[in-house]
Design a protein around this ligand. Structure first.
Ligand SMILES: [Zn+2]
Ligand SMILES: [Zn+2]
Length: 339
């Protein structure tokens, strides 16, 4: 595919889309029903449908029986950990292999013209972004993901929490399932703003931001405290009536889904003339500029709070004006006594 039909490349080799990023037409005023209907399929396809399918495969084929999960034991907990690690290795690994090792589409649609493996840096363990990212993903990321899953499934098996079934509450469960990506995004926005508070940024979130040029393995490369906060949205299934299938779907949106925003390419090419849109540019700009696009734009939280960067020159100027105002505030001399 000719990526210059869709965007432009600068002198450094960084590609950017021509069209401005737009927030989803859900909570916009005045309402835009036609735009909403045109946008709606992209809410499901391909990513959320893929995560729902993964959740279903997990629940129907890859989760121990309710009887087994009534008692906490090493056997089934270790099994869940290994199956989650295998899923991450397969999915993240497949994207890494295709896009970053075999480089099947070169730098076509690649936001950053450089390759992370060419950049040896002291901020990473063993000076390697990939090795550092993988150690954090498998060392604390997937274990903490699995711990939330074990807690939820053990509660379900023992009847703790307001669990329900699709036979009892089909409308509620369908509505809840539809809302899960949005619940995840609002929760992520809140914890993300929190860990950008300077002291938390320094000790916790800077680990994730070390990957200025993110690739699939950067997705879950976080400090363990961020991992703990990141998956805590799954606790909502212990508060609202839910079903384990929805819990597993939710954990995939949070865990596996993180890879979409960090893939580093705007399209994954499938042939000479087609490709899958990743919508990763919103979060790529967060990794590039740090204080913009804390959420993904499904709900216009960044617009409401003035941190939206739509990728255009105007978006860049707005961000720079905001930074300049912030610097001026910090440097302003406080009034002296008697003034
Ligand atoms: Zn990120
Ligand atoms: Zn951040």
């Amino acid at each position: 595919m000719d990526d210059l039909r869709y965007g432009k490349r600068n002198k450094r080799g960084d590609w950017a889309p021509d069209s401005a990023l737009e927030v989803a037409p859900i909570l916009v005023f005045p309402p835009k029903p036609i735009k909403f209907l045109k946008w709606l399929p992209s809410y499901f396809l391909p990513w959320n449908v893929m995560f729902m399918l993964l959740g279903a495969v997990y629940w129907f084929f890859l989760t121990p029986s309710v009887e087994t999960m009534k008692t906490l034991s090493v056997g089934w907990i270790a099994y869940l950990l290994v199956r989650n690690m295998a899923a991450v290795l397969l999915i993240f690994g497949a994207l890494e292999l295709r896009l970053y090792i075999r480089r099947r589409q070169g730098t076509s649609f690649k936001y950053n013209g450089k390759w992370p493996s060419d950049n040896k840096s002291d901020v990473f363990m063993f000076k390697s972004q990939n090795i550092d990212n993988m150690i954090r993903t498998f060392g604390t990321g997937v274990p903490i993901w699995t711990a939330y899953e074990v807690l939820g499934l053990w509660c379900f098996a023992n009847g703790y929490g307001p669990w329900t079934t699709f036979a009892q509450n089909p409308v509620w469960l369908a509505a809840f399932g539809l809302m899960i990506p949005i619940i995840h995004e609002v929760h992520f926005y809140c914890i993300h703003r929190l860990i950008h508070v300077p002291v938390l940024y320094k000790w916790v979130h800077s680990v994730h931001h070390n990957s200025v040029n993110p690739s699939p393995w950067s997705s879950l490369s976080m400090h363990p405290i961020e991992h703990l906060l990141y998956w805590s949205d799954s606790l909502i299934h212990l508060i609202l009536p839910s079903h384990p299938l929805l819990l597993l779907y939710h954990l995939h949106i949070t865990g596996t889904g993180a890879v979409i925003g960090h893939v580093g390419f705007d399209k994954i090419e499938l042939g000479k003339e087609s490709g899958i849109d990743t919508h990763a540019y919103t979060h790529y700009l967060h990794h590039k500029h740090f204080e913009v696009n804390y959420a993904e734009g499904t709900i216009p939280l960044d617009k409401w709070f003035g941190t939206w960067h739509d990728g255009t020159k105007e978006g860049q100027e707005l961000m720079e004006a905001r930074y300049a105002a912030k610097v001026a505030r910090v440097n302003a001399t406080p009034p002296q006594p008697g003034e």
